[in-house]
Design a protein around this ligand. Structure first.
Ligand SMILES: Nc1ncnc2c1ncn2[C@@H]1O[C@H](COP(=O)(O)OP(=O)(O)OP(=O)(O)O)[C@@H](O)[C@H]1O
Ligand SMILES: [Mg+2]
Length: 258
């Protein structure tokens, strides 16, 4: 059984049907990117995965040793969250609250875990700084460290690269790839950067208002919706976030065999 199996999901807000018949799977070693136009329901799906919103139809099952409260979550940021008045250390530590009863003090083990994640993301020197005074890239590292405190199994990231310059975004892609490869943590990432998504992910879930796709990156690139979203005109040098990764860009516009 997969970590997450979703069958014919229906997502709705009162009279607004955001998505229906949405089916996909997330395996233990997956790196899934969720793409699609603004307002198509990506963040709503994320809320359902976390249990913050009830489903309006369909089935969502957790398996292969994953429980819902073992997901490390990095939310889509609002300006209010960016101005959060807490220290870096406190923000990272708060990830440890995931899935446990609230008690007033963090344990030694939780503090050690937070320190380890800060070290891993190279933000130890920022530990006492106020979160709201950091740059966007530094804030994303802090939120990633926080999400890593919450999980050893699955990271769920809602647009973690928005507002970051290409070099910082590229750095975050590398960090994520390392976490995925070396620590065996599955990744689900919502992103608008479709070109980078197909280079880094194993699978793509495209949620459109009228059409959806779930499958491998190679199949997505051949699909009608994928071709439309990727466009045929993207040249390798335009994908600046892939500079450091040495990815070979397939020839866009090659004849499709789908
Ligand atoms: N709390 C809410 N109450 C009512 N409608 C909502 C609510 N949250 C989102 N919606 C609506 O549901 C639809 C999907 O929103 P959602 O935030 O999931 O989109 P998204 O794909 O994440 O978009 P974006 O790419 O802009 O982040 C939109 O039409 C939005 O207006
Ligand atoms: Mg969203």
């Amino acid at each position: 059984m997969a970590y997450i199996t979703c069958e014919n999901l229906v997502l709705r807000y009162e009279s607004l049907t955001v998505q229906k018949n949405l089916s996909f799977r997330v395996e233990k070693d997956d790196y899934l990117c969720i793409v699609g136009e603004n307002g198509s329901g990506k963040s709503t799906l994320v809320k359902c995965l976390l249990g913050l919103k009830a489903l309006d139809g369909g089935k969502m099952q957790f398996g292969d040793g994953l429980k819902r409260n073992e997901i490390g979550y990095l939310p889509q940021q609002s300006m209010i969250q960016r101005a959060f008045p807490a220290s870096v250390e406190e923000v990272v530590l708060s990830g440890c609250l995931n899935g446990r009863a609230i008690h007033p003090f963090y344990t030694k083990a939780e503090k050690a875990r937070a320190a380890e994640q800060m070290e891993c993301l190279n933000i130890t020197s920022l530990a006492k700084r106020c979160y709201r005074e950091l740059s966007g890239g530094q804030q994303q590292r802090v939120l990633l460290a926080r999400a890593l405190c919450a999980t050893k199994k699955l990271l769920l990231l809602d647009e973690p690269l928005t507002g970051l310059d290409p070099l910082v975004a590229s750095e975050l892609y590398s960090i994520l790839q390392h976490i995925h490869d070396a620590h065996g943590i599955a990744v689900i990432m919502v992103t608008h950067d479709v070109e980078c998504a197909v280079r880094h992910a194993k699978n793509i879930l495209h949620i459109g208002r009228n059409e959806s796709f779930f499958g491998s990156c190679a199949d997505y690139e051949k699909s009608a919706v994928g071709r439309r979203f990727l466009g045929d005109s993207i040249q390798p040098e335009e994908c600046s976030q892939c500079h450091d990764h040495g990815h070979a860009h397939p020839q866009k516009g090659a004849p499709e065999n789908a």
